[in-house]
Design a protein around this ligand. Sequence first.
Ligand code: HEC
Length: 123
Amino acid sequence: MISKMKHLLTALAISGFVISTPITAVASEPSAATIEEGKKLAFSRSKGNCLACHAIKGGSMPGNIGPALVAMKLRYPDKQKLVKKIWGVPELTIPNSIMPPFGRHGILTDSEINTITDYIYTL
Ligand code: HEC
């Protein structure tokens, strides 16, 4: 009897453990190095060249064709939406906008777009 109880308790303990273990899918925060790399890509005239059209804090001689890139977290609570905007998914593309669809036109790789997003998400 006692050994049966032990088995039951063990089984309950195991299943309880399994159920209460949180799924560890926490999106990792970008490192300082990643953010710095994203800034370089965004400012680079041969890569993102975002400054040609957008004012960005710390950037020299920005253009004013596009809106200033500020408060990105407020404007894009969903970070993936920001990635998609820069990538240039059709549903987020404004008709006749001169904002280049960086991913769709292969101007930047997906990894470069993610890194730039990590950076501008800090603005
Ligand atoms: C040739 C000009 C041009 C370049 C280069 C450019 N953009 Fe834009 N961007 C625009 C214009 C114009 C808009 C506003 C219309 C639109 O949403 O397409 C815009 C809109 C945006 C928006 C949406 C802003 C909002 O308030 O919702 C984001 C984010 C953005 N650009 C990021 C970038 C990033 C990051 C880069 C560099 C990788 C970049 N842009 C390069 C012209 C440009």
